[in-house]
Design a protein around this ligand. Structure first.
Ligand SMILES: [Zn+2]
Length: 263
């Protein structure tokens, strides 16, 4: 391609470029340079899907996503942990170096490359997961997270993860939260593109309320993973139960019949 001021440069074309070219953007991500082409084309409206084909997902720390049909999706934890370790090590090294020295700058660049890896890993995971979910379900209900604030603060936290003891937990959580935010955004347009929709519902009491008798108490969660109603004995994996309640709320919002959830 021919770029102003640079002339002819080689690039790898990842996929066909359909439509009429509108503009071109060159950007840098970690060590790599990217070029993206914005194009315009007319796309037919997708056929609306049946909203009764509704499922819900619980976004969590232990499992990234648990669907109300019991499917569990985990984030690439081992890979995240490995990168987090490296980031912590390089951050320590950076702290010992003379600010703005040659070596300090080198370490800073290394750190930026690691941050870019975390972002790549997360984007890859979110893209694949949202494709899988949107291929199997037309309508998905998710907890109404306050994404705007969350992503903004999480971005701050990844690069400035606080001090000492909180550092690891803060970074860990920030990575997760950014993943949730991205997942919502990406899933929403993928569902819409095929005539489905994303429904955001409040998650209040989803972890403590019994779907069978309504008894709501902290004690209904004897362990983090297990829900067990202290009043009627209804028991289930906690994340699945929470997802089922989100599904019910989503269905109520859409005005479609509830689906029974066998215990
Ligand atoms: Zn109960």
């Amino acid at each position: 391609m021919h770029l102003p001021k640079l002339g002819w440069v080689k690039f790898f074309q990842g996929r066909p470029i359909p439509g009429v070219l509108k503009n071109t953007t060159v950007s840098r991500h970690g060590r790599h340079w990217f070029v993206s082409f914005q194009t315009e084309q007319v796309v037919a409206d997708p056929l609306p899907q049946d909203p009764a084909d509704c499922i819900a997902g619980d976004l969590g720390v232990k499992h990234f996503l648990v669907l109300s049909d019991g499917t569990i999706y985990d984030a690439p934890r081992a890979a995240y942990a490995h990168l987090r370790q490296q980031i912590t090590r390089v951050q320590r090294k950076l702290a010992r170096q003379v600010k703005f020295s040659k070596n300090w700058q080198k370490t800073q660049r290394r750190l930026n490359v690691l941050y870019a890896h975390v972002a790549d890993l997360r984007r890859d995971f979110v893209q694949k997961l949202s494709t899988t979910v949107s291929q199997h379900h037309a309508t998905v209900a998710l907890e109404n997270l306050r994404i705007g604030n969350m992503t903004a603060s999480a971005k701050g936290t990844v690069e400035q993860p606080g001090t000492q003891g909180r550092q690891k937990a803060g970074l860990n959580r920030a990575i997760l939260e950014m993943g949730w935010g991205q997942f919502l955004t990406v899933l929403e347009y993928k569902l819409a593109a095929q005539g489905g929709q994303l429904v955001l519902v409040p998650a209040a009491y989803c972890s403590q309320a019994c779907p069978q008798c309504g008894y709501t108490a902290k004690a209904n969660r004897p362990t983090r993973d297990r829900f067990c109603c202290q009043a009627c004995g209804y028991a289930k994996m906690a994340d699945v139960k929470a997802a089922e309640m989100l599904e019910d709320r989503g269905r109520q919002r859409l005005g479609v019949p509830l689906r029974p959830h066998p215990a």
